[in-house]
Design a protein around this ligand. Sequence first.
Ligand code: ADP
Length: 490
Amino acid sequence: MNILMVSSECVPFVKTGGLADVVGTLPKYLKKNGHDVRIIIPKYSVIDGVKYNLKTLPYRLAVRLGKEEIYFRIKQGFLDENIPVYFIENMRFFDRSGVYGDDNGIGYGDNRERYIFFCKAVIESIKAMLFVPDIIHCNDWHTGLIPAYLKITNAYDGFFWKTSAIYTIHNIAFQGSFDAATSVPLAGFSWEDYKSDKLEFYNTFNFMKAGIVYTDIVSTVSPTYAKEIQAGFGNGMEVVLKTRKSDIYGILNGIDYSYWNPETDNNLAANYSKQNIENKILCRKDLIEICNFENGNNSFVLSCVSRFDNQKGFDLIIDAINRIQNTNIKFIILGSGDRYIRDTLLYLQNKYPETVKIFNKYDENLAHKIYAGSDAFLMPSHFEPCGLSQLIALAYGTIPIVNKTGGLADTIYDFDKSKTPNGFVFDLYSGESFVEKIKYAYKIFNDKTAWKNLQNNAIKCSFTWDKSVKEYEKIYNIALKRKINSTIYR
Ligand code: ADP
């Protein structure tokens, strides 16, 4: 199969969250299974063209944004040396210090233009390169217009005679909703297309709705989230999803165990493995030193590596820090984003310097040290489409304490409710429930045998892509068959 993966981010080139991990990993598994898979993302200036040896391809292309003609180029690099990655280059839209917004978490004012441009540029690029995809796999709101272009403006374009679209929702909270009066002409649609069963969404022009309505198959990143978004957690999109009910699939993300591996991870002070977890304690010692905590070597280390966003349950984390006054329990948090969350956490660090350490930045190396050096990982998310951080924590034998929602419900098995528990799960989103779980986890932590068993269960968990890639192949095949049938009878 020819597969084009379209995304706004992809590891190792650019990452703000789990979307990048998925887009940088799933294609490796598709490639292993014999598919011709390629990736296309914007060429943000944060992507180091020299480091990744990007070459400019000899195409001079343009797309129309409203009345304006916007020129762009394509750069090419590789993932794992054999998966082509195309980068859409246009400095006006992508030469910024951030990806979606500035350092304070404020989104760029022209994100609508940036991603209309990107969607159009993707279509023009593959035509220029003569790469005819069987599947265009679109991800999240930034790519939502592509299925709409395929079914509306390019519906009779012979180039796409065998192409189907898959649209994966990684987070339904970000939909790309904009003023309709200016967006419809800017994106090149007609007012005929702006109807309630087509592009219109509560009087706005909504990228995600376009993706859902016009794609062949909708998928999301865990079975539980697939149900939740149709039943109250869909941020208003429930009515639209209802129309696609039989075409929605929940496929759990995996993680790349060759990258997230405490046995080979050279960011760590010491390596350890499933067979011998003893050295994990040296990683904790190292982390305690990095945090400048005094006498913390035997303390219960709780950590969090996350975007600062209400979604992630920071109200509960803030509450817990305030309520748990025990110098033997440390909170170590690495993240960036929302300014209120950042300022509150930094305030708490000042207030409780003996127990709270905040790293306000994006730091991949430090993230590895934190996953390895902590005892438990806090993820009290309000909602969580899949969540990769809890899977990474498990890989490092670090015990997740999570709210029972989305992918957390699918991957974390509670200490008291499972025969092979790998974490602690609370099911009422409240400060009380969360604090109780942390205190309970601390009690179990002090029972060395019970904690050791829990760590062993956790580190042995395997959420690989091997199983999920088969499920993606299955939905690709469903989409392909439908396309072939509809082409024959057209
Ligand atoms: P989301 O995609 O909603 O942000 P996920 O749990 O799916 O959440 O994925 C988050 C990914 O981003 C994980 O790989 C996590 O380690 C990483 N991450 C988040 N914030 C930071 C940070 N400040 N520094 C380093 N890595 C981070």
